[in-house]
Design a protein around this ligand. Sequence first.
Ligand code: C2E
Ligand code: CA
Ligand code: CA
Ligand code: CA
Length: 283
Amino acid sequence: AKHAGGNRYELADPEADARAITRHGLTTALPVALERGEFFIEYQPLVHLEDGSVRGAEALVRWLHPQHGVIGPDRFIPLAEHTGLIVPLGRWVLEESVRQAYTWQARHEHAGPLRVNVNLSPCQLTHPGLVSDTVEILERTGLAPGALCLEVTESALIGADEDLLKPLRRLAEMGVDIALDDFGTGYSNLANLRRLPVSVLKLDRAFTQGMQHYPVDPVDLKIVEGIVSLAHSLDLAVTVEGVETGAQADQLRELGCDTAQGWYYARPGPPDRLHELALADVP
Ligand code: C2E
Ligand code: CA
Ligand code: CA
Ligand code: CA
């Protein structure tokens, strides 16, 4: 039995213990995994809502664990953030994705440039090497800064001071797009948006999920409509995630959203799959 505070006692949950061991096991295995090259990236298409063309993809990291098989980022990114391994891991993801995007550009010239979105964790934001690493990777691979979009969660930027924003501002000045990820979950001050060096709002999946059941709550529609019109008045593009049905896509297009991502279009997949999807929509 474990002491659970006060005069209450709880039986130890054997499953929780197994999970804890696994957590610990995963944490200690992470640095080795990076050295051994056990991480890989899947790419999920970003689709222009108006004409259905593939404009790029979000890079999503996975871990092919020798015993446990494929492990999703929700299970190991928090551990990597806790131990600081997220910095070298994030740098690896950035380099790999930028290299991949360069390959798409070369093979896809006639269809317009394909862009790549890469997630940044808050630890990477405060790491002093962020700007120099990014510049170095772009120069080494030859990818145009405008083909890269860095996704930062809204919660990471809530209450951000100028010191935290400075590296993002530098990158934005170079032409790198900054997207505010999971937007709408963080209760940030909308007026605050003007202060941030962002050019894209990524509406959280929660909004898209709210449009799964008909009739859609008119208040939900009004909220999304309001966010889109505010974003556009600030010159921000709006991307929606978690689009699972054609009806959702229609609704979000009508509401003026610019770009969509979700299972309705494609699940995350290997880099060649994105290339095929991008070519398939060229007339
Ligand atoms: P996110 O940035 O919000 O990424 C979107 C997540 O939604 C992905 O989960 C994606 O597979 C999933 N998704 C896409 N379309 C749909 C859909 O139509 N329906 C539903 N239900 N889900 C959909 P995934 O790949 O498991 O990634 C989870 C989170 O892990 C990401 O959330 C992101 O926060 C984090 N992550 C992934 N890769 C990286 C990375 O390289 N660096 C960092 N720092 N975080 C990462
Ligand atoms: Ca993201
Ligand atoms: Ca997101
Ligand atoms: Ca998310």
